[in-house]
Design a protein around this ligand. Sequence first.
Ligand SMILES: [Fe+2]
Length: 513
Amino acid sequence: MKGLGKKRRERKMSNSEEEQHHVGWEMKMRTVKRGGMSEESQHDEENDDELAMKKEEDNLLQSPVERRMISASTTTNVGEYMSGFGNDFETEALRCALPQGQNSPQKCAYGLYAEQLSGSAFTKPHPIRTWCYRIRPSVKHASKFVKFDVPLWKSAPHILPDVTSLGQYRWNPIPFTSSVDTTWITGMHTVTTAGDVNTQTGMATHVYLVTKSMQDEYFYSADGELLVVPQEGKLRFCTELGCIDVEPKEIALLPRGLVYRVEILNESGPARGFVCENYGIPFILPHRGPIGANCLANPRDFKTPVAAFEDRDSTPSSVVLKWCGQFHRTYIDHSPLDVVAWHGNYAPWKYDLRTYSPVGAILFDHPDPSIFTVLTAPSEIEGTANIDFVLFRERWLVAENTFRPPWYHKNVMSELMGNIYGIYDAKPKGFVPGGMSLHNCMLPHGPDRNAFEGASNATLKPEKLNETMSFMFETRFPQHLTEWAATVAPLQEDYIDCWKSLEKKFDGSPGIK
Ligand SMILES: [Fe+2]
């Protein structure tokens, strides 16, 4: 491989020669596709050196077949994705930018810098990391950091003496009322925090209200990955590793440490949604246990973008870093989205929630809602998640002699729910699209009176729950409200009254009632 690398370097002399070089290689590719070496071998006039050279180049181009299938061709290559969850992907926006057979050659193609982005400790079993080949190393994407305040984005621990988090809470959708445009950073409204960002345990839940794209501004978080659940409007995440467009009914994940810019896609208007900020171990797919190898979220439905990069110089830009709950800004004169090629298993992705295949009861009773887990972020206690992301979507209800909505319960886990669209079966009224609710650790909850009476007296024929999609961020830690969530957000003060009219049916006499 060293010899091939040297030849590649020798060919790269100037831009014009580089272009000619690519044209030549494209032609080589077509030659290979048409006839392969047998066709070329008919040209007796070619000398041995030229043939050897062709063979070497053809081998180089042909060996990584997948690379040709997934390679990006332009810097604006939006909408192309690779399939799979946690795969070891490889992708390049310029042909042959990705070293083959090694990670850090003495010199990289195109004069790129090799850099590793690690999402886990080096020594973790099955470490997650990605090798980036970029125009500048990341140390050039920062100058001196200056701390500044982002008033509504809070991090754990954030326990306020004057705010009570013990209770059942429900909010109406957060309206777009600000007279000032808000970006991905300024429009992030923290609802709850849990655990401790400094010890990498717990999480925070946010609602984002985005009315303006980030312009020459970039963001990354050292505090955790962000799971994005759009509820209204479309967003584009232009990241170091490629571009992701996301809209309601889809989710996206932005890994810890990944630099990106968030644009609002204008035709869709302002964007609102939910974010789970995971301070702990990254999300994985849950083990399906006896369910087997299929259903729930299938790996092939997760989509990671192909490589795309910006080569923008002399552009005053800033990079915002969230670090231990504090925000810092640094100024540079170029775009940091300059990764031309990358390979690895630490990358952003998106997932279409409509591809989630729910599994449930087919005779009687109601399984625990863990049956609807899309993603889980494990903690150090087996089976006790730092966070579960759970989806309640369209499905059939067929159980016999069964109270079909979720039953009444208390739970050691803390449950933050959001409604993406439609009607949630346990709360036909009040829990509306864009709204959310919080049922904290060991706080009882369950169907409201109307849902209870309706489900208790329904004719139990097979029924399709249509037009419904709600989710839950569930954590092992108590979730503490922010002052904004407790006093400014549209809290439904009468939420607890939804259970008030539940009747005492017991009168001591036997019989089903
Ligand atoms: Fe619950």
